[in-house]
Write a protein that binds this ligand. Sequence first.
Ligand code: NDP
Length: 327
Amino acid sequence: MKAIVIEKNDDQQTTTLQDTNDELLSAGDTLIDVEFSGLNYKDALAICHKPGVIRKWPMIPGIDFAGTVKSSDNSAFKPGDKVLLNGFGVGEVHTGGLAQQARVKSDWLVPLPDGISAQQAMAIGTAGYTAMLCVLALEEQGVMPTSGDILVTGAAGGVGSVAIALLAKLGYSVTAVSGRQELQDYLHELGAKTILPRSDFEGKVKPLDKARFAGVVDVAGSTVLANAIAQTEYGGVVTACGLAAGMDLPTSVAPFILRGVKLIGIDSVMAPMSKRIEAWQRLAQDLDLSLLKEMTHIIGMSDVEETAQQLLAGQVRGRTVVDVNRD
Ligand code: NDP
């Protein structure tokens, strides 16, 4: 089988596309013929040897994949079943999706929802599933389309693109924040009503700024998130899922104690199975799948490394899907 393999020798890491065999695969009760894997921000960090993602070498990266069960010791899964997987340490401490086969625990598998193909599932990928988790959190906290505008940061990236498409289809008015003003047409096509430059959110953070958003989906963290919190309306809800701008959060307690703003953390990796199934069912129901084509590009295995570098440089629009059976 073909696999992208990251190896480490004397603190020096290498990423190569190899012809290898299933001995490299981590232990698990189910073997999957992988069809597509997503290229996520976290995968790009791993492939470009940034610290903090891979904790075991050699490693096959790829935090998500969709494919077909080849064999399983769990009677709930039979050969031919279509499945997908997000997270659970796959592509970090357990060999991942950037290979033609994956061996995983059946407890981690989500049946492919009706109406979504393996390719579409990875066009949505961990980024889209995380966007859905953010939308579910806004709903659970009572933010409705009538509540007011929703801010989406990192708008032209994977999480941002799917969040905009979902929120717009659900009837929310979406304000997109992007560092790439040349992508305005794309963001409007996804459903963004207003587009603001990222620089508006990179300045000095006031404890409280003009309140104008009922909800936020933030992928940036750092000053961008702090400014978004300062501009959230009384009782508004901020969902934080990413760190594209940085890990820090230079805010104060003012928005929380004076405006009752709620900050909700979103984790996709260890989310319970019931939440995953709910999120994927809602994606099948609420995402306009025709928009996926516009927001996705498909690459072969030999393009992975270069695309990962572009992704970290903020040059990739929307979602990248890897056809693991294409060179
Ligand atoms: P992408 O690389 O596809 O998108 C990130 C976007 O953030 C870019 O397209 C860009 O959008 C914006 N951006 C880039 N650099 C900066 C910067 N310095 N400051 C502010 N914005 C910036 O990544 P994903 O959408 O896949 O992931 C986004 C974040 O969410 C990542 O940090 C990722 O690790 C995290 N994540 C977390 C998950 C979880 O479980 N919590 C799951 C999935 C992702 P634009 O050009 O429009 O400004």
